[in-house]
Design a protein around this ligand. Structure first.
Ligand SMILES: [Zn+2]
Length: 479
């Protein structure tokens, strides 16, 4: 950081500044620092291959980067381009985008949807606890400028609006920096933009905070710590499996010595873990990164997601050589993990002998404590509870709505989990190719309980309502 101060306003910095246009520097948050005749050195807040490519194109020079907080980059830009006059329309879009970010952060939104509406106007909606709520309307003109600004800040190709694109940007708010993953998709001649807030490592909760019951938590932690274990976290998009994965990784990194990960993208930084980002465009795919990592003899490996046959094959091979693995998988529940992996080409007998545990989850909204009202639990829920030895009272709570919860009746979310431990009986069933239903029957005999039963625990404690649970899960899985 002191380097920048030394460089400020030096002749070499002014030469570097002349290589980059003012608007490019501001839009992309790039601070020119020096130019030595070959290399132009710039400060950036977030390093990406795409951004460096763009700087190389703009300057037609080789590029070196140093990392600086975005706040310091902007201060540096103000000092470097003091006479800058921002055009009104652009500044209106910038102010609006700042307001949208402030609203999203203030409402703890996970995603922001900026989408075309009638004609060329648009609207903004926030995803709060898995429900979309309206934020504001954007008039024609402003809508397109806001979309364009998001694309510029995300290092997307602003000339391309007919193909989907994705990128990243950072937002600084109240002294905190947020990483945001951005994506565009063409919709009726215009573009819809979705901004997803990625968590920062200082916000990764401990495993204990996710809402897992003590018994499940103990079993899960035991499996994670077992040498050579293979744990899969399954669930659909938005079920919170990434958070669980990071909380697991955090637990592991405290104990193991050589922990590595391959992720797409890296959503949070975990101290002590060598994290590698997949970059398909540059040829750094999941399989390529994994093969490179395995040559370095890791003790513990986190694979962001198992989503293709090649990655699954490498993962299983690594597991057979005694490397501990944690990964996520897009599957409905823990019982369907082996079937899904078999679809991705995994050999069932290898699976039976290597899989240690599958965990699956849903995030249910928690009731607003200020306005929740008493109700009673359904007889069906009581029957399910009895079947699985889970004592439920008649009493339950329901959502109402008040000012504190923006009249939704809910605030925050909590996880409902199921854990399938692959004991010898189950390993044999997996090797035989038993269906998820058959696996469920066997697993029931060795302590497995379906997710919906765990969710009823949160109903009994008053954390959530039965209606909310049934938005995600059904009692059929517990029949
Ligand atoms: Zn309320």
């Amino acid at each position: 950081m002191t380097e920048t101060v030394d460089f400020l306003s030096s002749p070499t910095q002014r030469t570097a500044a002349a290589l980059l246009s003012r608007s490019f520097a501001y839009d992309a948050d790039v601070l020119p620092i020096s130019y030595d005749g070959v290399f132009v050195t710039v400060a950036v807040a977030l390093e990406s291959v795409e951004l460096i490519d763009r700087i190389r194109q703009v300057t037609r020079k080789e590029v070196r980067t140093v990392l600086l907080p975005v706040r310091e980059i902007r201060e540096g830009l103000k000092a470097l381009y003091p006479a800058a006059i921002v055009r009104d329309a652009d500044s209106q879009a910038a102010v609006t985008l700042d307001e949208i970010f402030a609203s999203a952060i203030g409402n703890y939104a996970s995603d922001v949807h900026i989408e075309p509406l009638d004609g060329r106007a648009g609207r903004v909606r926030l995803d709060v606890d898995g429900m979309l709520q309206p934020d504001r309307a954007l008039e024609a003109g402003l809508f397109e400028r806001v979309v364009s600004l998001v694309k510029v800040r995300s290092n997307m190709n602003t000339g391309e609006s007919r193909l989907p694109q994705d990128g990243r940007l950072t937002v600084t708010f109240d002294g905190r920096t947020f990483d945001v993953r951005t994506s565009t998709i063409p919709v009726g001649g215009l573009e819809k933009v979705v901004l997803r807030f990625l968590q920062r490592f200082d916000l990764v909760p401990d495993l204990e905070q996710l809402g897992m019951g003590n018994e499940l938590l103990a079993r899960y932690q035991r499996a994670l710590k077992r040498p050579g274990s293979f744990c899969v976290i399954a669930g659909p998009t938005g079920s919170g499996k990434s958070t669980t994965a990071y909380a697991s990784l955090q637990t592991i990194s405290l104990e193991a010595t050589n922990v590595c990960s391959v992720e797409d993208p890296i959503e949070c930084r975990i101290p002590g873990v060598a994290q590698i980002a997949v970059n398909e465009k540059a040829g750094m795919t999941f399989p390529v990164s994994l093969r490179a990592l395995l040559r370095q003899n890791p003790h513990q490996l986190f694979i962001g997601e198992l989503r293709d046959a090649e990655t699954v094959a490498i993962a299983l091979q690594a597991s057979l050589t005694g490397i501990s693995l944690v990964t996520t998988l897009h599957a409905r529940d823990a019982l369907r993990v082996t079937a899904r992996l078999a679809e991705l080409g995994a050999n069932r007998s290898t699976l039976g002998s290597s899989l240690t545990l599958a965990v699956s989850q849903r995030l249910v909204r928690t009731l607003c404590r200020r306005c929740k009202i008493k109700t009673s639990i359904s007889s069906q829920a009581l029957a399910v509870g009895r079947r699985y030895g889970c004592a439920l009272g008649i009493e339950a709570w329901d959502a109402q709505g008040c000012e504190a919860c923006a009249y939704t009746g809910f605030q925050g979310r909590i996880g409902a989990f199921e854990v399938l431990e692959v004991k010898p009986e189950l390993a044999a069933a997996i090797e035989r190719g038993d269906t998820p239903t058959q696996l469920g029957k066997l697993a029931f005999g060795v302590g497995y309980k379906p997710m919906v039963v765990d969710a009823l625990r949160h109903v009994a404690s008053g954390a959530t309502s039965e209606g909310e649970v049934l938005r995600h899960l059904t009692y059929d899985d517990a029949e």
